[in-house]
Design a protein around this ligand. Sequence first.
Ligand code: HEM
Length: 258
Amino acid sequence: MKVSLSRTWRVSKSLTYREPVVTLPALKRARRSTVVLKYTMAVSGLIMVGYLLLHMYGNLKVFAGQDGFDEYAHHLRTFGEPMLPHEGLLWIVRVVLLAAVVLHVYSAVRLAVRDRKAAGYKNGTRYHSKQNRRGVQRSYATFTLRWGGLVIALFIVYHLLHLTGNQIHPGGASDSPYERVVNGFEIWWVYLSYVVAMLAVGFHLWHGIWSAFTSLGQNRADTRRGSRLTALAWVLTLVIVVGFLLPPTAIFFFGLGS
Ligand code: HEM
C-alpha cells in the first residue's frame, strides 16, 4: 500500500507506526528554552549595565557646576538634531531600556517558576529535606538578585518621579536639572534612600555581571574565587556604585551647589 507523506509526518523505516515531527514556530521554541531565557537575561542585563556606566559618567558633570550640568542635560535632548527630532536620541535610549527591563523581568519570572517546578516545589517533594523544606536551594545570590531587583524597580519609579518628571520635589521644584539634584540631596532622607538603592544596585550588579558572562559562556575558571570574571564584576560594580554616590555625597556632606 502506498503511504502518502505529509510535511509533518514521517514513516519510520524500521518501525511500522508513524511518528509525528514536532515543528513549533521558532518564537515558541525560543520561549520554551531555558538557555534562550538565560541568554535574554544576560544580554538585557548587560545593556542596562552599559546604560548605568554612561548615566553615572554623565552625573559626574554635577562637578562642572550649574551651567555645565544644565548644558549637558540640554545637550542630551538636542543631540543628533536636525537628523533626529528633538529628544530623538533620548527616546531611542528610553525604548531600548524599557525593552531590556521588560525582557529581563519576564525571563527572571519564567526562570524562577521553572526553578520551583524542577525542585518539585508545588506538587512534589523532590529535593525536600529536613534542612531544606522548600526543596529549592536558596543562596545568598538568588536572594539578593530577586529581592534586590524588586527594590531597584521601586527605586526607578521614585527616581523618575523625582529627578526626571519632578512630580516629587523634596527641597523644592525647579526647571534646572542641577537645582533639582542639589535641592534633593541636601535632605537626609533623600540622600539615605539613594544610598540604600545604590547598595541594592551594587549587590545586584556584583552577582548579575558574573552570572551574565557565565550564561554567555565566558566563565573559564575552575573556581569562582580568584577568577577574572569575579574581578571584573567587582571592578564594574565598585566603579558604578562609587561613581553614582559621589555627587549626592558631595552635595550632602560637602555642600556642593549651595
Ligand atoms: C545617585 C544615583 C543617581 C543620580 C544622582 C541620578 C540622577 C539622574 C538625573 C539628574 C536624571 C534626570 C536627567 C535629565 O532629566 O536630564 C536621571 C534620569 C534617569 N535615571 Fe538616574 N540617577 C541615579 C541613579 C540611577 C540608577 C541607579 C538608575 C537605574 C537603575 C537610573 C535610571 C535613570 C533613568 C531611566 C532616567 C531617565 C532618563 C530619561 O529617560 O530621561 N538612575 N537620573
